[in-house]
Structure formats: structure tokens, C-alpha cells
Ligand binder design. Structure first.
Ligand code: F6P
Length: 328
């Protein structure tokens, strides 16, 4: 095993609160261990464009509280091609880089694994960073906690006005194919219904439960719709319900990208620090093609191949069961 001398770090895909604390931990852990660190701007695009800079301990001062990512991020199509990967490889080798930490979601990891199989002399370690919480191998991903709290704050505000006007609100939240944000935010805000990609709810069933709520003297109702829900979007659902549920003024809110921003929560700052620290130590220990993650409050490594193949992040059974019972 050749001794590692210089690593690069990048963030890729959708930004997530907690990425900055993770970058900080990567840089400082690496320097503490005598490694040089290069920051790559705009994810894989920066590898191709040779858009990189040398980092030191001061490059990551005062960033723990910042949302987004100081390295910037991108969704990079050219990195999916052999030509793009070759340019990236040559740029890394020319800088003497022999280890790479990638912070992102499954698209990021897919790119990292392909790259690492093609060019195994550059060790690769993944850190799960996405608000969607949809990666196998880590109970929580960076940014999920902050995003969920942001959603909760927004829905609490909507509840105030919903209640004041006796209205029914349909609120769409992010998560791509995952209902993790929707489920937790829904339970935390007492949503009357939560529509998830993981569990199909027939519109007729939703209508029955909203009518039951009216009958039980509920003044306002909130239905959370995960963006990956299979019914074709929050407006279509609201329209279908409007035809059947009378005496309710119906409104639709799509929370959108505000869910991705904001200062990371305590949980995400600690998680980012732990994962960044662990990723560098794993590279130093000679590991590659893995991701570090949190399981039962321990940091563990999972092969990227396994993480990507499993690609099933199960929502908690008890939360799924209680979501209907607690909002009656
Ligand atoms: O993966 C994070 C995420 O915010 C998803 O929840 C959402 O589907 C997607 O990214 C939005 O991507 P973009 O910012 O490129 O529109």
C-alpha cells in the first residue's frame, strides 16, 4: 500500500446543510495527519475544468454555521463520459492527488465508483450528503435534519393561517423518490395526511379521511405531499379533492428550494464533522470505494457498490403506522 500524500475534496449534486462542517473536518483532519488538501470547486465539473485550489486550516474558518457549500456544487453530465473522467484523472494526477473525498448523494457515488474502478490509483471515499435521506449505509444523511426542521418551521406557520381561515392546505415537500422529509415533518406538525412514494394512498381514501376530519370538527387540515408521490403532483391531488370535499377553502404551497438552505442544525454540524473526520481516516487506513455513514450512532464504512446496489432506504415502520393514528 502506497502512503497517501495529498487528497482532494468536493461536494456534488444538491447542496445540503452540513456540507461545510464536513469540508472543514476533512481539511483539518488531513492537515493534522500531514496530508495536503486541494478543494475542488463545483463538484466533478471542477475536476474536469481543473478548477481547484490548495486549502489550509484558515480556508475553512467560520464556515460551521453556513448552509450551502463553500466549494460550490453542480450536477455534471460530462463526468459520466469516459473522456470527462480521463480529463479529471489527468488533472488530479498532475497535482499529485492520490485520494478523493466526495460529499453528495447516490448520483455522486455512482460517478465516484465508476471513476475509482477505472483509475484505482486514486482512492475514493464517499460522505452521504443530501437532504433526501435516501442512502443505504447511513441512518441519516447530511442535511436531512436541518431540512426537516426548516420544513417544520414553515408548516407551523402555514398551520396558523390555515387555522385562522378554516382552510385545507396541500404542501409539497422535497425528497426526490424518498418520503423521509414528508413523514417526519408530517408527524412533527400533526399533518392530517401524508402522501408518500413508499406507501400508496388512494385519493378516495384521502377524501374519506378529510371528510371524517370535518365531521370531527377539525377547523383546518394539512396534507403533506412528498414530491415523489405517484399521484402526479400536488395541484392534481388538490383538484381531485376539491371536487369532493366541500366547505373547505383549499390552498396549495410548494416549499421548494428554501428547504435546502439555512444554517445547519447541531445534529448536522456534528454529523458533518464526524463523517469528514472518518472519511480522511479511512483513506489514511488504505480504504477505498467506500462511504462512511452513521449506524446506531457509530460511524461505519460500507462498500459503495453495496450502498448503490441496495438503494433501498426504508422508512421506519412505527412512524408509518402512527402517521394515521396520531392525526385523528
Ligand atoms: O436531492 C436533493 C433535492 O433537493 C431533491 O429533494 C430534489 O428533488 C432535487 O434535489 C432538486 O434538484 P435541483 O436543485 O437540481 O432542482
Amino acid at each position: 500500500m502506497q502512503k497517501l500524500s495529498k487528497i482532494a475534496v468536493l461536494t456534488s449534486g444538491g447542496d445540503a446543510p452540513g456540507m461545510n462542517p464536513c469540508i472543514r473536518a476533512v481539511v483539518r483532519t488531513a492537515i493534522y495527519n500531514g496530508l495536503q488538501v486541494t478543494g475542488v470547486r463545483q463538484g466533478y465539473q471542477g475536476l474536469i475544468d481543473n478548477n481547484m485550489y490548495e486549502m489550509n486550516n484558515r480556508s475553512v474558518s467560520n464556515i460551521l454555521n453556513l448552509g450551502g457549500t463553500i466549494l460550490k456544487t453542480a450536477r455534471c453530465l460530462p463526468f459520466r463520459t469516459d473522456e470527462g473522467m480521463e480529463i479529471a484523472y489527468n488533472n488530479l494526477r498532475a497535482r499529485g492527488i492520490d485520494g478523493l473525498v466526495v460529499i453528495g448523494g447516490d448520483g455522486t457515488f455512482t460517478g465516484a465508483l465508476r471513476f475509482s474502478k477505472k483509475y484505482p490509483d486514486i482512492a475514493v471515499m464517499g460522505v452521504p450528503g443530501t437532504i433526501d435521506n435516501d442512502l443505504y449505509g447511513s441512518t441519516y444523511t447530511l442535511g436531512f435534519d436541518t431540512a426537516t426542521n426548516t420544513v417544520i418551521e414553515a408548516i407551523d406557520k402555514i398551520r396558523d393561517t390555515a387555522d385562522a381561515h378554516d382552510r385545507l392546505f396541500f404542501i409539497e415537500v422535497m425528497g426526490r423518490d424518498s418520503g423521509a422529509i414528508a413523514l417526519r415533518a408530517g408527524i412533527s406538525c400533526g399533518a392530517e395526511a401524508i402522501l408518500l412514494p413508499e406507501k400508496e394512498t388512494a385519493i378516495e381514501e384521502l377524501i374519506v379521511s378529510l371528510k371524517a376530519g370535518q365531521y370531527n370538527k377539525k377547523s383546518s387540515s394539512i396534507v403533506i405531499v412528498a414530491e415523489g408521490d405517484k399521484h402526479g403532483g400536488v395541484y392534481d391531488i388538490a383538484k381531485a379533492v376539491e371536487k369532493e370535499v366541500k366547505n373547505y377553502d383549499i390552498k396549495v404551497t410548494i416549499l421548494g428550494h428554501l428547504q435546502r438552505g439555512g444554517s445547519p442544525s447541531s445534529f448536522d454540524r456534528i454529523l458533518g464533522s464526524r463523517l469528514g473526520y472518518a472519511a480522511v481516516n479511512a483513506l489514511i487506513a488504505g480504504k477505498t470505494q467506500q462511504m462512511v455513514g452513521l449506524q446506531a450512532n457509530n460511524i461505519v464504512s460500507t462498500d459503495l457498490e453495496e450502498a448503490l446496489n441496495q438503494h433501498e432506504f426504508k422508512l421506519e415502520d412505527d412512524l408509518m403506522q402512527m402517521m394515521e393514528i396520531l392525526s385523528i
